[in-house]
Design a protein around this ligand. Structure first.
Ligand code: NVA
Length: 377
């Protein structure tokens, strides 16, 4: 059935939110090892090499928080769609490889990038996530049918043969000293080779005409170059942060409204990026230490910086995980209304409030927030 009121439109992360996709925890797996990722939770029942579904009680609790979050958004008049989970425990294969399990569909932000009236399916680089786009196809099909202006795009499906990964990367990287790790991050000498374009959508921060693409454990230079050619009307920048495990920009560099970006001080930005923001009159604010700093979370592969993985409802209103009270206080001082959302149980399923969502519609137009050039920017 066509719904003429549906419209895909979002140029940044802060314009007033009208319609959003919220992930589900159903069937999420501790995925089987593969070249790009090797889970190792010896104290939580999943030592290196083992895999299987997340414990049922954790999945139920995460789903309860995701459903409650969807309810909070709906009560504010925001339309919410949800993905359709697949059997993520199944083996998957292409002509090039077989992978013993899939992953899940909690963090849709990793897979889908909305830029204006376009939703782009990212390549991904985990074999366990190769088919994850299928969980979002029912929503994408509905949007395509309803909105005659929606552009539905998919980046080239990668081959993900062994040529896409540095052999033995994790065994070596896990043992090298911190300074060497950071040097490798700055040089982007990490697990992915440049054999083909690879990127996760969550490595991209959208600020109107400027798109910032983090080179990371899941995004390579070739992926960045593909994005740059794909969005010729944007300024697309490759950026790195001093972070031993760069993986998704939205717990590191979080634009909150025109002129204000929250950043993680433990993961300093390149001086040139800082300067680009500063000469364009943006304030770069260092986030306070997360309240969850020392809280151990079973089966989680995320850091406490998930605290800053927040979702704007508009330029004055942000959803923040309810236990992150210090961050909430900090944001109130910057004039935000904070909507507290219980979400800790969702972390082990792949992220926070920003990871768990994809913009479908925000009220707003393409704007240039960076009129002044600096260095390579
Ligand atoms: N990988 C990031 C979270 C990304 C939203 C972290 O662990 O801090």
């Amino acid at each position: 059935m066509n719904d003429r009121t549906l419209r895909v439109n979002s140029w940044n992360g802060w314009d007033p939110l009208r319609h959003v996709l919220v992930g589900r925890a159903d069937g999420t797996m501790v995925q089987a090892p593969e070249p790009a990722v090797q889970r190792d939770f010896p104290d939580d029942g999943f030592p290196l090499g083992s895999y299987g579904p997340m414990p049922a009680e954790m999945t139920a609790e995460a789903n309860e928080q995701l459903d409650d979050f969807a309810g909070i958004l709906q009560r504010r008049g925001i339309r919410v769609d949800r993905p359709t989970a697949l059997d993520f425990s199944q083996q998957v294969a292409t002509p090039d490889w077989t992978q013993e399990s899939m992953f899940g569909c909690m963090p849709p932000r990793d897979v889908l990038l909305t830029v204006g009236n376009e939703i782009l399916e990212a390549t991904m680089c985990y074999r366990s996530r190769w088919f994850e786009y299928l969980a979002y196809r029912p929503v994408l099909q509905q949007l395509f049918d309803a909105d005659p202006n929606m552009r539905w795009e998919a980046a080239p499906k990668p081959r993900l043969t062994d040529a896409s990964y540095r052999p033995g990367f994790w065994e070596t990287y896990n043992k090298v000293p911190l300074a060497e790790k950071l040097e490798r991050v700055r040089n982007h000498d990490l697990v992915l080779t440049e054999a083909e374009p690879l990127f996760d959508a969550a490595d991209i921060a959208r600020c109107g005409k400027d798109l910032f693409v983090q080179l990371s454990l899941v995004t390579n230079r070739s992926g960045y170059r593909w994005l740059k050619r794909h969005f010729p009307d944007h300024r697309v920048h490759a950026v790195t942060f001093t972070n031993t495990h760069p993986l998704h920009i939205d717990a590191t560099w979080v634009p909150l409204r025109p002129g204000l970006v929250l950043h993680c001080g433990e993961r300093p930005a390149e001086p040139e990026l800082m300067k680009y923001y500063e000469i364009n009159d943006w304030e770069v604010v260092e986030a306070v230490q997360p309240a969850s700093w020392k809280h151990y979370q079973r089966l989680s592969f995320c850091s406490p910086w998930l605290a800053v993985n927040i979702l704007n409802l508009d330029p004055q209103t942000v959803c923040v995980e309810e236990t992150e009270v210090h961050l909430a206080d900090q944001l109130v001082k910057y004039g935000f209304e904070v909507v507290p959302v219980p979400f800790r149980a969702v972390g082990p399923f792949g992220g926070g409030l920003h990871c768990a969502t994809v913009d479908i519609e925000r009220d707003g137009v393409l704007e240039d927030y960076f009129p002044h050039r600096y260095g390579r920017f």
